[in-house]
Ligand binder design. Structure first.
Ligand code: UDP
Length: 488
């Protein structure tokens, strides 16, 4: 046993502690184990169960033997966060985000000590770290091993960011709304307004200059970039990113396909699936805005009125419903179903929905999404066309990929980032998108005639390519082998 372990390359995987990063990076760890590597995933007490549950699912397929989950205490209280606050999406208020970065820096010290003590046969041979674990490259250098970054972005979004860092077109515009070119993928036209860019390119952001500088230095210091994508999807974005950065770029996804779509055994999950089972094939609209995305109440109501008046059954996941004002709560109670009654038209899930099983359920015909990359790729892998409603971060870039480059979605027509994505915004924030505009986009998505058929055909083709990418001889499968073999 010892001899086998020592012969295996050993990847230390360190997720950036936010739910939507933990999910794919742990899946990358699982895939590396399935490709013959030993893997240690370093996590924190509050996230251990999430990590272990994903590792166990791979175990059910036969080989989680190579994966060890190690828990290292997270210094929440020392950094001024509430006890047990160990994920960015659990931070109670935006002004505590700098405390979270502080906690992560301290966590890095503990990780460094742990890695130094890892002895043969578990000595690290490569580190794969989440985007804000900026200390990881220093640890890797000290150990004399390569360090890969996992940002959780599409290769296309990373390519756009690299262009913005190098050419700074956003600094030459007169206003936040003026459109400018980001010509990374000719012949496709990619125009953005500055306010639609990821946080680091805005005139000011809650993360702070120093932390932004550290993030960029980390990106420049790593040896390579691991992307949750597949080469056939993004029109050579991964290869172009490699050329632009001079780094190895390996697309190894869609990583959600490493598990059979297993169900979490929660009441919400059971309710969703039973409700879907009672619906006709290809009839349901699924609406969800990621692990934490919230809308200001006025916008939520306009969306809600469009959803309850549309002719398709709707499964709507709402985050932060408990902190909505009373009138919005009352409206939801009166107009949606929270219990999953089989014949109800609009099921509103207020907790955690089993997104991957939902998207692959035969009843689902369309997905209204905030264009987070995890959700986007899960939709592609399930062959479901999208209605794009970007909220923030790199989501406007992903919208461009979904709608204009790939032709597998329609744009709802949002032009500005959503206020207070984590907090729900101020009660007074006006809706940017009215009920009629939402309905128009949904009609196109769900009943779009020849154009709609074309979107479905394209996304179905990509679904087949996604599956093939991870099968023997597929591009992601070969990239995983390449990664494992590169550190032997
Ligand atoms: N997710 C889920 N259930 C929910 C909300 C989100 O399973 O109720 C998962 C989803 O499948 C995806 C991740 O959370 O894997 C969200 O990641 P994404 O990159 O789309 O968005 P983010 O949360 O980073 O905004």
């Amino acid at each position: 046993m010892e001899a086998t372990l020592s012969a295996k390359p050993h990847f230390v995987v360190i997720p950036w502690p936010t739910t939507s990063h933990i999910i794919p990076i742990v899946d990358i760890g699982c895939l590396l184990a399935l490709h013959g590597a030993a893997v240690t995933i370093l996590t924190t007490p509050a996230s251990a169960q999430l990590v272990q549950s994903r590792v166990d699912r791979v175990g059910a397929q036969g080989d989680s033997a190579g994966i060890e989950v190690t828990v290292i205490p997270y210094p929440s209280v020392e950094a001024g966060l509430p006890e047990g606050c160990e994920r960015l999406d659990h931070v109670p208020a935006p002004d505590m985000v700098p405390c979270f970065f502080d906690a992560t820096t301290r966590f890095g010290d503990a990780v460094a000590t742990h890695c130094r003590l890892m002895a043969s046969p578990r000595r690290p041979s490569c580190i794969i770290a989440g985007m804000c674990n900026t200390w990881a490259s220093g640890i890797a250098r000290e150990l004399g091993v390569p360090c890969y970054i996992f940002q959780g972005f599409s290769a296309f979004a990373l390519l756009c960011c690299e262009y913005l860092h190098t050419h700074k077109p956003h600094e030459a515009v007169a206003s936040l709304d003026e459109l400018f070119d980001v010509p990374v993928l000719p012949p496709f036209e990619c125009k953005f307004a500055r306010r639609q860019l990821p946080l680091q390119f805005l005139p000011s952001c809650s993360i702070g200059e120093e932390s932004l500088q550290e993030l960029r230095e980390f990106e420049l210091a790593v040896d390579g970039i691991v992307v949750n994508s597949f080469e056939e999807l993004e029109h050579d974005s991964a290869a172009r990113l490699a050329a632009a950065t001079g780094k190895t770029v390996l697309a190894v996804g869609p990583v959600s396909l490493c598990h059979a779509p297993a169900l979490d055994v929660s009441d919400d999950a059971t309710r969703c699936m039973a409700w879907l089972d009672a619906k006709k094939a290809k009839s349901v609209l699924y609406v969800s805005f990621g692990s934490a995305g919230r809308m200001p109440p006025a916008q939520l109501m306009d969306l809600g009125m469009a959803l309850v008046s549309c002719p398709w059954p709707v499964l709507w996941v709402i985050k932060g419903a408990d902190s909505l004002p009373d009138d919005a709560k009352k409206w939801l109670q009166e107009n949606t179903d929270a219990d999953g009654v089989a014949d109800s038209q609009c099921l509103a899930v207020r907790g955690w929905a089993p997104q991957v099983p939902i998207l692959s359920h035969p009843a689902v015909a369309g997905f209204m999404t905030h264009c987070g990359w995890g959700s986007t790729l899960e939709s592609v892998a399930a062959g479901v066309p999208m209605a794009a409603w970007p909220f923030t971060a790199e989501q406007f870039l992903n919208e461009k990929l979904i709608v204009n480059v790939l032709g597998i979605g329609v744009s709802v027509g949002v032009t500005k980032p959503t206020e207070g994505v984590l907090t729900g915004g101020s009660g007074g924030a006006k809706a940017e998108v009215g009920m009629e505009q939402v309905k128009t986009a949904l009609e196109k998505l769900m009943d779009g005639g020849a154009e709609g058929e074309d979107r479905i055909r394209k996304v179905q083709e990509l679904k087949a390519k996604a599956k093939a990418a991870l099968e023997n001889g597929g591009s992601s499968c070969m990239n995983l082998d390449k990664l494992v073999q590169s550190v032997v």
